[in-house]
Design a protein around this ligand. Structure first.
Ligand code: CMC
Length: 431
């Protein structure tokens, strides 16, 4: 970070001027350093939804929303999705560089050796209702991990932080798959250390003890790519939640549980589930126009799920790769899904419509993922859970960066108070 200039803010009430440093990163918009704003002006800044606020310094992920660019540690998402495995990308996010073969081997072994969860977690899981949403189960079980792994929750100890990071990345597919198995009443499937990360996730979700499960390499590759596309995305709602939770010194398992809770919302990770529900509701190509009309109506709360993004004002680069993967998977499996026709028609009409053009609303990563998941036999309730499995790696990388940042402080936003000022207490019989 460098500082070469300042910005001057004048309070028109008093005519007093204040200078604040402009900080430049390596690329992207500069920021105004307002850390001393309150001390100097006696005012807070106001930015609900943080549309103009940088919350931290980060070197993990860069997005240029206008150009539709996404870089992890400087590498374009297209290159990573094309040439890497998910665990290579995880190593990159955590360590800042792509691993050489030896480094990768060591990392993959470390992750593989941590895939099993404490056997007592079986009993913990059995406390949930069978119809519990997998995200509710994951949120609870991941939060509860701190009770099982006491030996890795000292956040001041770098070794503890590393072990906790490996455990989270390694165990989250097991927890996600078990949440699914529990909901369908099938025996929980243990991880298999002869399988790679994405294949093992599929095996844990779909294998049953009564027959041999063979991983379809096309599905394993598609799953690996989906995991890469969801691995990290800068300071979005769930990542910021992880950082804010961690800023108080909370243990990493609690922080990731908080991230899962935030991701669950339909405006964030829950959108992939919402997209499929929406496409199912539309049902056929001839009803697409009617639905686009509803999405544009200010009096109708309906939105086109899988469209729009806070940062991308161009085509989400992940959505392009996702659309391509969708076609590949459906072709390979010989699946003809009418919902794909609905999705393609919806995309075509929306991209030509003035409302969507003016507001720069393009398909996002969630638009096509649901159709791929459906073709793979993954139930709708697991869509967001798979997003959470992938994003755990990004959360963990961002949490580690935060903990080691010397500028890190407990997150404590302020407010513009518009409630009642001090008033006299009224006893019960006088209210
Ligand atoms: N359909 C119809 N209109 C929309 C949509 C949409 N999907 N998204 C935004 N708009 C309109 C919105 O009504 C507003 O119009 P106006 O300026 O007239 O009030 C304008 O576009 C700007 O929208 P906003 O809600 O102020 O933008 P935001 O940055 O706060 O919200 C968003 C971004 C992703 C929450 C929103 O676009 C949305 O709700 N999209 C649908 C849900 C979705 O697909 N979410 C997944 C995001 S990508 C995965 C992830 O990162 O988690």
């Amino acid at each position: 970070m460098t500082q070469n200039n300042t910005v001057t803010v004048t309070d028109n009430r008093t005519g007093k001027a204040y200078d604040f440093p402009i900080l430049d990163g390596t690329t992207g918009p500069s920021v105004v350093d307002i850390r001393k704003f309150y001390a100097e002006t006696g005012m807070f800044t106001y930015d609900p939804g943080y549309t103009s606020t940088g919350s931290c310094e980060s070197a993990v992920t860069y997005i240029d929303g206008d150009q539709g660019v996404l870089l992890h540690r400087g590498y374009p998402i297209q290159d990573l999705a094309q040439n890497c495995t998910f665990l290579e990308v995880s190593y990159l996010l955590l360590n800042g560089e792509l691993p050489n073969r030896e480094q990768f081997q060591t990392f993959e072994n470390a992750i593989t050796m941590h895939t099993m969860v404490h056997e007592q977690i079986h009993k913990f899981l059995e406390g949930f209702r069978r119809d519990a949403h997998p995200m509710a189960v994951m949120c609870g079980v991941v939060g509860g991990m701190a009770a099982f792994y006491h030996d890795s929750i000292d956040i001041t100890n770098p070794h503890h932080r590393m072990i906790a990071s490996h455990r989270l990345i390694a165990k989250i597919p097991t927890i996600g798959a078990w949440a699914y198995k529990y909901s369908v009443g099938q025996p929980l499937t243990y991880p298999r250390n002869d399988l790679r990360y994405a294949s093992d996730l599929l095996q844990m979700m779909f294998a049953v003890p009564c027959e041999e499960y063979k991983v379809n390499p096309v599905l394993a590759k598609a799953m690996d790519r989906i995991l890469i596309l969801h691995a990290d995305h800068e300071q979005n709602a769930s990542t910021s939640t992880v950082r804010l939770t961690g800023s108080s010194g909370a243990n990493p398992f609690a922080c990731i549980a908080a991230g899962i809770a935030s991701l669950w919302g339909p405006a964030h990770g829950g959108a992939n589930e919402a997209v499929l529900n929406m496409l199912t509701e539309i049902g056929s190509v001839d009803r697409v126009n009617e639905c686009v009309k509803r999405a544009k109506d200010k009096d109708d709360p309906f939105r086109l799920m899988g469209f729009g993004h806070r940062v991308y004002k161009n085509y989400d680069p992940r959505a392009k790769i996702m659309a391509q993967t969708c076609h590949e998977v459906l072709e390979e499996l010989g699946v003809k899904d009418p919902l794909l026709d609905v999705a393609m028609e919806l995309e075509k009409i929306a991209l030509e419509d003035d409302y969507f053009i003016e507001k720069k609303l393009y398909p996002n990563v969630d638009f096509y993922s649901g159709i791929i998941f459906r073709a793979m036999g993954i139930p709708t309730s697991m869509f967001t859970a798979i997003f959470a499995i992938a994003r755990t790696t990004g959360w963990v990388a961002q949490w580690n960066e935060m903990i080691t940042d010397p500028a890190q402080k407990i997150g404590r936003p302020r407010q513009l108070f518009t409630g009642s000022t001090q008033r006299e207490f009224v006893p019960f019989d006088k209210r």
